[in-house]
Design a protein around this ligand. Structure first.
Ligand code: BV8
Length: 248
């Protein structure tokens, strides 16, 4: 199923980096950013809702959008693609998992170290001081207020126009620049600065592997491109790598 040249290169690789996007959670039933949203949210463009401006203008609407997404995630499970990647830290001397997703599914599937470039919508913080709040009282009307400082609560995610967490971005860039093999899985590679990570890797000689339902802006850079669901590609690839790395 996989080109021997790819398996040989992966079997010999020391530093492997994976960047995932919304596509890796699609088979868990979580709509991607480019999928049409469902129900009342179908009338909204996620890129317009995931902004500080939208929250300032209509905090209730934005809070309810994230509450809807949290419910979706709470009712869903990681899929075989997530579980396959949870085995990768044991397959390579150095493995770095970077995600653009905010659903926490890589942690849930078993990856202990995940660079969450865009935060996690299961984590709630206050607008003013960033107090992370584990529980809150849902009120109709406005989003809940911080019990410590009284300012509005918001999801601990990076909105468009906001800067990424510095430590996470620096670690992701450093890993990408020293990767032997870089995988881009389920990302349209349109959102910056995440979309520059595979380019950083390729420009320093990394092998680029793309796993995506369809071609993207990265496809022309890729040494190997698999245009199929990540939940279909990652499990057999993991089995083949495991048999090469740990021949029984
Ligand atoms: C910043 C959290 C400093 C919130 C998200 C340079 C040029 C142009 C614009 C910019 C630039 N630098 C900065 C910007 C502005 C902006 C940006 O990139 N805009 C884009 C639209 C052009 N970036 C920012 O604002 C970033 N901040 O840079 O700060 C700054 C600020 C202003 C101006 C300059 C500098 C912050 C970006 C983070 C935004 N927050 N999420 C939330 O989730 O609610 S981004 C959000 O959208 C997701 O997290 C995700 O990252 C992104 C969607 O991307 P994907 O994950 O790729 O998902 P998508 O739906 O697009 O694609 C899914 C793919 O999966 C598809 O290809 C599909 O084919 C595939 N697929 C589907 N099913 C499967 C599958 N593949 C495999 N298997 C399947 N089963």
């Amino acid at each position: 199923m996989f080109p021997p040249s790819l398996i040989d290169k992966l079997a010999a690789a020391h530093r492997v980096v994976v960047l995932t996007g919304a596509g890796v959670s699609a088979e868990s039933g979580i709509p991607t950013f480019r999928d049409a949203q469902t129900g009342i949210w179908s009338q909204y463009d996620p890129e317009q809702l995931a902004t500080p401006q939208a929250f300032r203008q209509n905090p209730k609407l934005v809070w309810e959008w994230y509450a809807w997404r949290r419910e979706l995630i709470d009712g869903a499970q990681p899929n075989p693609g997530h579980y396959a990647l949870a085995e990768w830290p044991d397959l390579f001397p150095s493995f770095t998992l970077i995600t653009q997703n905010v659903d926490g599914f890589h942690h849930l599937a078993g990856n202990k170290e995940v660079i969450e470039l865009h935060g996690n919508l299961q984590r709630i913080k206050c607008v003013e001081n960033g107090h992370v709040i584990p529980h809150w009282q849902e009120l109709s009307g406005q989003p809940p207020a911080c019990p410590h400082c009284g300012t509005l609560l918001r999801p601990d995610v990076v909105w468009f126009g906001e800067t990424l967490p510095t430590r996470a971005l620096i670690t992701a860039v450093e890993a990408s620049r020293t990767a032997d093999v870089f995988f881009a899985v389920g990302t349209s590679a349109l959102v910056q600065p995440a979309a520059s990570l595979p380019v950083e890797a390729v420009e320093r000689g990394a092998l680029l592997v793309e796993i995506n339902l369809q071609p993207t802006a990265l496809t022309s850079w890729a040494d190997f491109a698999f245009h199929a669901p990540s939940g279909t590609i990652l499990p057999p690839l993991t089995r083949e790598l495991a048999s090469r790395r740990h021949p029984s």
